[in-house]
Design a protein around this ligand. Structure first.
Ligand code: SAH
Length: 214
């Protein structure tokens, strides 16, 4: 299931992420721990440790490892942080957050992807709290969160995600149009005060709110 060959490829992937500028040893160690090949169709296993996104069905993709590492680094996870993720997809990013010691709540709008992740993750001993629904609404029942992560390209920053953040908390969200988004962080500095920072261009599948589901 996870043999020496996979571990060797993973180690090389981690080295390449370090060369591309990822500095957090905790994040690199988490990437080194999660068997990414198990999140990808068997037939394409050999591609699992390239630094590339990959189709996971329902027109969606598992994010590129560099992007997962970059977003994880911006979140600056502390053990025990309550983290809300929008866009479970394959569940890979959720597992990286678990490896970092977070308590993870993750939402996916595609029923099929949600079902697949819900069945698969516990089999490899990862147990985030998984929900099917519109992540743009956040998860009021479990709020507030120390960190919120959006793993789809957002046309705007959904207000509930800002509200459900603790003061001192961090929201990481790629914001832009369908082709191109700017990695953005908001640090909540007061009940309705935020400090915004931008970190360059990325390209995610779109974040679709419930009105546009069809
Ligand atoms: N974090 C994922 C990346 C998945 S791609 C991984 O590690 O594999 C982004 C995901 O966001 C897609 O699965 C897409 O269906 C989902 N998504 C898009 N809009 C959403 C919304 N409003 N609520 C929840 N999930 C959404």
């Amino acid at each position: 299931m996870d043999n020496y060959k996979h571990r060797g490829l993973r180690k090389r992937l981690v080295d390449s992420l370090r060369e591309k500028g990822i500095k957090s040893e905790a994040v690199l160690e988490a990437i080194n721990s999660v068997p990414r090949h198990l999140f990808i169709d068997n037939a394409f296993e050999s591609l699992a440790y390239r630094d590339k996104p990959f189709p996971i069905g329902s027109g969606q993709t598992i994010s590129q490892p560099y992007t997962v590492a970059f977003q994880s680094e911006l979140l600056n996870i502390k053990k025990g942080d309550r983290v809300l993720e929008i866009g479970t997809g394959s569940g890979y990013q959720a597992c990286v957050l678990l490896e970092l010691g977070a308590k993870v709540f993750t939402i996916e709008r595609h029923k099929q992807l949600y079902n697949t992740a819900r069945t698969f993750l516990p089999k490899i001993k990862y147990k985030p709290n998984m929900f099917h629904g519109d992540g743009c609404l956040g998860m009021p029942t479990y709020a507030p969160f120390d960190k919120v992560l959006v793993t789809a390209g957002a046309p705007y920053i959904p207000e509930p995600l800002k509200e459900q953040l603790k003061v001192g908390g961090i929201l990481v969200i790629p914001v832009g149009n369908v082709e191109n988004q700017v990695m953005t962080t908001l640090i909540k500095t007061g009940a309705s005060d935020y400090t915004k920072k931008e970190y360059g261009d990325f390209s995610f599948v779109p974040l679709l709110d419930e009105r546009s589901w069809g």
